[in-house]
Design a protein around this ligand. Sequence first.
Ligand SMILES: [Zn+2]
Length: 306
Amino acid sequence: MLTVSNYHYIRENYNHKYPSIFGVTPTQFENQIRLLKNLGNFVKITDFLDHTEDIIASKENFYLITFDDGLNEQYQYAVPIMEDLEVDGLFFINTINHEEQKVSTVHKIHLLRSIIDPKEMMNKILESHEFDYSQKEKETAHNIYRFDNHESAEVKYFLNFLMPYVEKEKVVNMLFHQYFDEKNTAGEFYMSKNQIRELSKKKYIGNHTHSHKPLGLFEKNVIEYELSHSKLFLEEITGTNVDIVSYPYGTLSACTPTVQEKSKETGHKIGFTAIKGINKNANNLFALNRFDCNDLIGGKNYQNGN
Ligand SMILES: [Zn+2]
């Protein structure tokens, strides 16, 4: 069986003006890897690629760590710890960050929310997107994001659930350009092509699609483009095959059977979701489960008996 722990941000501190970026510190990361090492064996990526089914169907406890979004801080902080502890990992890259030097919408939102007061942010969004936010919807927002204050919860719920994706992209883009230089931000925020090449020598690189869209919400031609364009781009810059994809957002609606089919058609061999669970059954390699690192031992949401 295979347990996968997935990471996003990994930085020394999360002291932003407004809380919007969450993740682990390098120390927390290292502690978690040590704890997981006590529970089973970390798979080597080459073994994982060659014997995926056997590893999943095995009675032994195998572990794998993955990183979404190709962040520079993952390279800076996680890679040296992985080298020290002799643990492999997979890094899933979006190619819009490199090919067009653009920041993914999901990160634009995190960055904006880290510097703008949530109430002000909500007002700015409503200025360009007319919407009547009902009390009932606000209450749902407070319930879903119960760890956030009410204002933050309302902005998050609005962006994530109430606003159509394409509309959201437009508004977020417009706001982002008022506060950030996109090219510079992309250059600092994501790994460099050289760093990607370094990791690819160890087979650590996977595809996270071109522009980090929730693929399941889009037409087939968009899904196909998002998957194949980035696969080719990554293969070109690294000179290696890129056979594994992690679906952006990774929820059920983001990685529908059509998305999984298209992944296969575009030449991928394995697909990772963000749906919680241990992989014990190798029937569908395009819907492998992953835990958010917070939900596993050493993580902040972990409770014994989980
Ligand atoms: Zn992602």
